[in-house]
Design a protein around this ligand. Structure first.
Ligand SMILES: Nc1nc2c(ncn2[C@@H]2O[C@H](COP(=O)(O)OP(=O)(O)OP(=O)(O)O)[C@@H](O)[C@H]2O)c(=O)[nH]1
Ligand SMILES: [Mg+2]
Length: 298
């Protein structure tokens, strides 16, 4: 009675287009962190949904822009690598900004790689319908898109239609993940991502970019709770002081927000111990790249 179908779908686009929001929306649970700042996503994050006998694996990717250093180079490399393992590509565009140079560059790069993509205009809750038609027409005249969708990852409007098409187009294939799997990211790494998201939400300017978060210890306790030790790494002493805040208020607030979400995500009590250490070299340390499955030599 019908074959099993499996499809890998890469969601690509400029930073801040709403890629992670879309993947979370489709999966029905947060598996990839989101913020209002660009370059929140640092590596490939896979979100899984099963619809009947089709399993769709969505690959959330770092936003495509011009890399300025090793980490960003590795991020861009990962994003394009995500399209190589994908059966389908969705180019997600922030409709508020329309046809930007960044979007043109991505569309051109897709053509150079001879990959056709589905075009999805996002954030339609924020923009007039007429403007959308304009953007869709301009992009379709320029790039090679198989379909165009207009949606809002935030409200969910239009998302079902995109998923329905992807199910319909999924190629025959084996079931690769359990039917109820949501993501393939290890718990410790996702736990670090949750805290990193709070850093993105609560710290400003360049701070979120020069910081990383590491889960050092994950200890299961007899009472069912988890003791989690994490370290926030910052390059310099004065930045450490900012992360700590006056009388430790900032770090307390970051820790509080992270713990709330960790408890919700893992459905158990979490004791979170957050340290802030100085490490000037994490951006050039191969271990971090390995942990995130990023290519240090990209
Ligand atoms: N109004 C509105 N906001 C949205 C929508 N989708 C995403 N956002 C917001 O856009 C911002 C960026 O969302 P992300 O999902 O982090 O974007 P991203 O493309 O993953 O960004 P990077 O990982 O940095 O490349 C967040 O503040 C989201 O809440 C949408 O459909 N409507
Ligand atoms: Mg993202």
């Amino acid at each position: 009675m019908g074959y099993f179908r499996t499809s890998f779908i890469a969601i690509i686009g400029a930073p801040n287009a709403g890629k992670s929001t879309l993947v979370n929306r489709i999966v029905g649970q947060k598996i990839s962190i989101v913020s209002h700042k660009v370059q929140t996503t640092r590596t490939l994050v896979r979100g899984i949904v099963q619809v009947g006998k089709s399993q769709l694996v969505f690959i959330d990717t770092p936003g495509l822009s011009k890399p300025r250093d090793r980490l960003e180079r590795a991020m861009m490399h990962a994003a394009w690598a995500g399209t190589v393992e994908a059966d389908a590509i969705v180019l997600l565009v922030d409709a508020r900004f329309g046809v930007t140079d960044r979007v043109i560059a991505i569309s051109t790069a897709l053509q150079a790689k001879r990959r056709r993509a589905i075009l999805a205009l996002n954030k339609i809750d924020m923009i007039r319908p007429l403007r959308l038609l304009d953007i869709a027409a301009t992009l379709n005249a320029m790039g090679d898109f198989t379909e165009t969708f207009m949606l809002s990852a935030k409200t969910g409007s239009g998302v079902k239609d995109l998923v329905a098409l992807l199910v319909q187009q999924a190629p025959k294939g084996p079931q690769l993940f359990p039917h109820d799997a949501l993501s393939d990211m290890p718990m410790r790494l996702f736990a670090a991502e949750i805290t990193r998201e709070k850093v993105f939400l609560q710290l400003h300017k360049e701070l979120p970019y020069i910081i990383t978060v590491r889960s050092d210890r994950w200890e299961e306790r007899d009472d069912g709770s988890v003791l989690l030790h994490q370290t926030i790494l910052v390059p310099r002493e004065n930045q450490r002081a900012i992360v700590l805040g006056r009388e430790g208020r900032r770090i307390k607030s970051i820790g509080w927000a992270a713990r709330q979400e960790l408890e919700e995500t893992f459905r158990r009590r979490v004791h979170l111990l957050l340290a802030v250490n100085i490490d000037n070299g994490w951006r050039d340390t191969i271990e971090y790249y390995r942990e995130w499955s990023l290519n240090f030599h990209a």
